[in-house]
Write a protein that binds this ligand. Sequence first.
Ligand code: RFL
Ligand code: PHB
Length: 389
Amino acid sequence: MKCDVAIIGAGPSGLLLAHLLQQAGLEPVVLERRSMDYVLGRIRAGVLEKTTTELLERLGLDARMKAEGLIHDGFHLADGENLIRIDLAELTGSSVMVYGQSEVQQDLIDAIPQRGLNIVWEAEDVTLHNVDSDSPSVTYSSGGESHTLNPRFIAGCDGFHGPSRKAIPASAGTGHERVYPFGWLGILADVPPCDDELIYANHANGFALASMRSQTRSRYYIQAPLDTNLDDWSDDRIWDELAIRLGPDAGSKITRGPSIEKSIAPLRSFVFEPMKYGSLFLAGDAAHIVPPTGAKGLNLAASDVIYLSDALIAFFKSGDKDALDKYSARALARIWKSERFSWYLTSLMHQFPEHSSFEREMQRAELDYIANSRAARESIAENYIGLPL
Ligand code: RFL
Ligand code: PHB
């Protein structure tokens, strides 16, 4: 099979990159460990920045998003009592799109046959070889048979736990990490959302987020200890806790219903640099993780692949390696700013076991400042809608 770029992973970064390269006339091959149904069933992000919606537009894969996605002109921070509205439209002239990552995945996957994209689902034992040379290879097995790809480049889009980052020798890069002492317990239910906009709440019992997928499907999260057992959290217990944490107004507007998905995700900040080693380029969660509080993970995956596809296309069209050499520095400049914002909102909105009354007062004072300062709200808004590429 001819292969210009072997892309490992069919999450948003792998599929977006594959479509961009294919659109430019290159021949990428995507290797995905899981089945298509498994990838489609993963419930994750919900908020898309303009960079991401414009990328889907550029690929001509924006029709369903435009028809079904919800444009949000603002969101709320809450201190358990009062709501502080961050008016994105008024403060920045822009907005965000609420459209689930599973829907984005569906749109990217639906277009695979029609665009002639090569993808191997359930590829086993994907292994990278000679990544430090100009002739790397990737071996894998599929349907009981062994295969080898000989691409010019490999794109590691295989998420935090994939093999790509691990193929880089420890001496060739640095990982920067912060692990938070809690996770998010998420619930998805076919009930109308409690508000038209998202609410991020800092309550003495812990953080809560009211989000949505549509006018009839809600997504909620609560901060929970890392050793939380999902069996201890009946739907009723989660609804009761959300009603407390979201405050009297939003809490009283929650519509309860049976969960259609429940999961717990740990929170982590992580950056690996550089994002290039020889002929291997990392993109998305393979190179960095943000805690979900800033809604940045999927959006960073999108900006990485915009930079990476530009650089790869320039190389295949003209042999110019300059943009490839600059990819890591260019991507990291945006990544670190999103890391900062995600860490800041996480620090502001959660209860930390190690905090004393002093740190809790700092959070309270910061929320009070945000409520009363346009400059503070403007700073939050410009980060939330996404910094320029
Ligand atoms: P993914 O989505 O993890 O995809 C990686 C793919 O690689 C495959 N893979 C392999 N394939 C072949 N061989 C191997 N050995 C492999 N090992 C792994 C995996 O099966 C998978 O298909 O990474 P990608 O593409 O970089 O995309 C990143 C995003 O998925 C992630 O950043 C976001 O979901 C984060 N995130 C959010 N991001 C936002 O922009 N806005 C949000 O509102 C938002 N909310 C969230 C989130 C993440 C969450 N969780 C579960 C951590 C909310 C939550 C709760
Ligand atoms: C979601 O709807 O899943 C969601 C929304 C906003 C976030 C994180 C997750 O910050």
